[in-house]
Design a protein around this ligand. Sequence first.
Ligand SMILES: Nc1ncnc2c1ncn2[C@@H]1O[C@H](COP(=O)(O)OP(=O)(O)OP(=O)(O)O)[C@@H](O)[C@H]1O
Length: 828
Amino acid sequence: MSLSAAANSMSDKDFQNIGPAPLPPSAGKSNASTAAFNQTQPISKMMNGLDINHRKSIPVGNQRVGSHSLSTTRRKTGWVSYKDDGLLSFLWQKRFLVLNDSYLALYKNDKSQDDPSLLISLTSIISVSRTQLKQNCFELIRSSERNSFTNSSNNSLSSSSSSSDSSKKAIYISTKTEHELHNWLDVIFAKCPLLGGVSSPTNFTHKVHVGFDPETGSFVGMPTNWEKLLKHSRITGEDWNNDSAAVIQVLQFYQEYNGINPNNNNAAAKANAGIKGSIPSKPSQINSQSPTSKLSKPSLDHAPQNYQKNVLQNNNIQHHEKFQPRRHAPMAPKATNTTDAQKTPMQQNIQNRIDPQYSANHNVPPPRAPGRQTPFKQPLASQNYQPSSQPQPQAYAQPNTYKPYHNNTNPYSKPQVSPNRDIITPRAPQISTAKLQNKYTQQRSPISPLGEKPKVNPNDLSAKAATIAMRQDLNPMRAAPTKPTAAPSEPKKDVAVTKQRKPSKPTMSNAEIMSKLKNVTFNTDPSPYFKMIEKAGQGASGSVYLAERVYLPPNINNRLSRYQNGESPNVSIGDKVAIKQMILSKQPRKELIVNEILVMKDSRHKNIVNFLEAYLKTEDDLWVVMEYMEGGSLTDIIENCQANTTSHSPLMEPQIAYIVRETCQGLKFLHDKHIIHRDIKSDNVLMDTQARVKITDFGFCAKLTDKRSKRATMVGTPYWMAPEVVKQREYDEKVDVWSLGIMTIEMLEGEPPYLNEDPLKALYLIATNGTPKLKYPETLSLDIKRFLSVCLCVDVRYRASTEELLHHNFFSMACQPEELVSLLEWKK
Ligand SMILES: Nc1ncnc2c1ncn2[C@@H]1O[C@H](COP(=O)(O)OP(=O)(O)OP(=O)(O)O)[C@@H](O)[C@H]1O
């Protein structure tokens, strides 16, 4: 049997879960630790291996370093690139870096008998921080007044180094991998006495020691507002102890996402309110309420249920046994008898990317590599599969062992943020384990109004509306929806809680925006051309109405073809259209609207919502006309199916395959144009009555260029965000593939993973859990699990592209469009 056939022949039982992502090609034995880092291993766990805390370790004997005899007993070594900020600053030089208990020394070779090029006393190091100068690079600043040594015979580099402040000298060290960088930072921080203190002498950073005090059930040393955010996020002391670095990472992410100053109480309180309280008690109150006043008091009796639910969700074994096999879909999949031999290389390649880590975790044979070497080749069975950090079944019963993380976490974060942000370091708890457990339980108790899910008052909102509200309560910041400029009829949906995009510096001036808008809009009042029928939906930037064309403006088709690159817009009287009305002065980021129009205008594809025309009614009143998708959003469809089915999965696999394939085609079209959508989720996928599936909401789109082939801006909706976005790493089109995988889970389970969690906690879980677990894997086909495993692959190198996905076997079970029409019946 060929390797690929062997992989394909695994039975459903072998795949109870999609498991973690396949390892990268380099993640063999020789590089297992790097792979572990790239996967989901919490930083703190990896740090444990370093044993940085124990001074009496591995004696290597005395060692001569030039004229300085380093009579210390422990060291870390490795090759690095090095440069200073002096005359020869343009030169990066390969050096062998040696760190022992007293010195950091740079050698030209790894013999260590020669004199070092540079020798720095650890007591002279006053600051270490990551820098963008080079990949995997950190800057080390030392005070020349503090006993810094330079080897006389090799001092060309060091003696020439001078920073603006003559008593301080900077050097830059770059490692081969991010993992090495972390290791170096970790040991340097552990050993340099001036880095472990309360504050850094550089004045650029403010160090805070942070820990979790189970006695009080709160975090200590944390900036007040971060502490509040944490407290209300249900990130527990246990989470902190498991992976404090990830907690800090998501806090920083969250802070930047919301533009919160951690020391500003109001800002954080607002953000907090934004996360939690967004369900207005009555639909009629929506427009009159301010974002903060919308905060409704959460129910205190939700948490125990959530807790129980979490226990079940996380404890897969218990959970799975409870469920019957999934009902068979009424629709027969199309014949799928393609043999391995008939498959294209792309097909074989994509089919075989299944979850080896699952195998490692569940004692089933790992899938084996196909014979051909391809970029997505399965790791060989003989290689070490690194189990991912799976969510713990439940925290409370387990002993809490504090994992010291003696590090300034800041250097581990990508240096995309302001250099003077706070640095948070964990500090050890002072309480015994037994007390810890006790207090963690309390910490999880529903004590704080802000920490709870928004209370849903059954008198005010229907259960469905409440679910919608919960789903819409996804973006950390939220604003009251803009008042509709025209309200021809009552809104269809009761709940119109909307998201607010991150207010940040505009990239275009108002004049530029208006000039761009005028280029793509008709400067005329469109009111006579349309009869407004009803409100179809509410977005953050405006309301969407169903309208009918009752009159065609003169030369519309000529004018439209000019705007639409010569393609026939096919506009006629009687057409039903969707009109999105926006008041420009109320838009925090008008350039996003321009972005949206430009992307839609140039993206004519059967799986993209077609832009028809736009009008600037006045300088402030923008109407965007699009094709009308009467089926509404996929979210509505999922919710409606959930209400009507007793199966675990709201939709059947063939239906899911169809919808995902169509979405994937739309995405591939965008990706071929180097556009990343960045907000793929069921809310942004619309359907019409012929079961056409189209992507919408292009405000967050980003264009990749030759100069900028990666992005780093934090954009999207937390639960759908790829780990690399949450971890503030550079990312590309494949973030959309991750989100597509999450959207597939929405169709299988009714909601994305962690939706019950607060967004901050969800971010933490995305960062630490990696590939999410399925709730009912035993009910799913192997094909869909394989599909998910290549979408939800933490290592981007192994995550499939949209092009590859379109060759996946999963799509061969897609149903015909007619078989989806039943999903839309509830709309009638
Ligand atoms: N072309 C369309 N046809 C039918 N309904 C639509 C169409 N576009 C949007 N809608 C409905 O209007 C709602 C709001 O759409 P919109 O694109 O404004 O949402 P949003 O993404 O939340 O907001 P924004 O883009 O302003 O951030 C959608 O959820 C959908 O129900």
